[in-house]
Ligand binder design. Structure first.
Ligand code: CA
Ligand code: ZN
Length: 305
């Protein structure tokens, strides 16, 4: 049970007994606003037009040269704030380039224009099928019987004879951590799905700051560690509520904390379905943690994330 000592951080409120989020490593962020009526517009950065001497450096609007990864990383670095003033998911100088298969060659790069190509030009019939079973939201008495008495009773097995396991992306409201601990002890993976699961949906993509991302995801990792005794180093993945991927700020938080994968991106319904990696419209810089896209296999299933 969580209790006493209510603490507030911007956009997030939860009870705790001791600090659950270690803020010493948190990158402080003030995103400059894009120019709007009545405000002094943030000047546009020069980027490669600044002709910086050092390799991989770009120019702020005032000519200051900085490493190119500082542009649109969610924290202000240029003296004139121009590195963060012209950024969104469509305008990011570090965004992944469009797929050009002749320039993107293994082992350094792989892309597929329609999402159906398999690395190494393998045929689908010769690639072993692997099924990832995952669930998100609360774990409590309402779904415990389904998990313990039906899906994971031990009678469904892999080809090698081992019982099947799943990944549970756990959000805090209504979760009973006794069940989370039991699932982990039984060999399932426990991962993070935020503390609040708050709406509106687009808050996750557009408004959440890096500090909000730390509060929500690292905060939930700490809660799982404390109340379900799951080892911190074994909490590796996150899924964003409503699958609303959070652009660079989400991935910067993941990199800083050490989350190794995200499972929030959705590949649209196609037949044949998209091969697992489908990068063409990835809305953030092409670095950092692995992405495990969620592929829609049927139109008939409801969507409730
Ligand atoms: Ca920056
Ligand atoms: Zn959810």
């Amino acid at each position: 049970m969580l209790r006493t000592n209510q603490v507030e951080s911007k956009g997030l409120r939860f009870d705790k007994t001791t600090p659950l989020v270690n803020r010493s490593n948190v990158v402080s962020t003030v995103l400059a606003s894009n120019p709007t009526c009545g405000e002094t517009p943030v000047p546009k950065p020069l980027l490669d037009e600044a002709e910086c001497e050092e390799e991989n450096h770009w120019g702020c609007a005032d000519g200051t040269c900085l490493p190119n990864e500082y542009f649109c990383d969610g924290s202000v670095d240029c003296p004139d704030e121009s590195d963060e003033g012209w950024c969104d998911a469509q305008n990011d100088p570090n965004a992944a380039l469009p797929c050009e298969t002749h320039r993107c060659q293994l082992p350094d790069c792989f892309c597929s224009k329609d999402g159906t190509q398999i690395p190494g030009r393998l045929e689908p019939q010769s690639v072993p099928q692997m099924i990832l079973l995952s669930f998100d939201d609360a774990i409590n008495f309402e779904n415990w019987e389904l998990f313990s008495q039906h899906l994971f009773k031990g009678n469904k097995r892999n080809p090698n004879g081992c019982p099947i396991k799943a990944t549970f992306f756990v959000s805090h409201p209504f979760t009973n951590y006794q069940y989370v601990q039991k699932l982990w002890n039984d060999g399932h993976e426990i991962a993070v799905h935020s503390v609040t699961h708050q709406g509106p949906e687009m808050w996750w993509s557009q408004n959440a700051t890096i500090e909000d991302w730390f509060d929500e995801m690292v905060g939930q990792a700490n809660i799982i560690n404390r109340f379900a005794s799951v080892r911190m180093e074994e909490i590796r993945g996150i899924r964003v509520p409503f699958l609303r991927v959070g652009w660079n700020r989400q991935f910067l938080m993941m990199k800083e904390f050490g989350f190794v994968y995200d499972a929030s991106m959705v590949a649209p319904f196609t037949n044949p379905p998209s091969w697992p990696i489908h990068w063409i419209t990835m809305p953030h810089a092409c670095t950092g943690p692995t992405k495990l896209p969620v592929t829609q296999l049927s139109r008939s299933l409801g969507n409730c994330y």
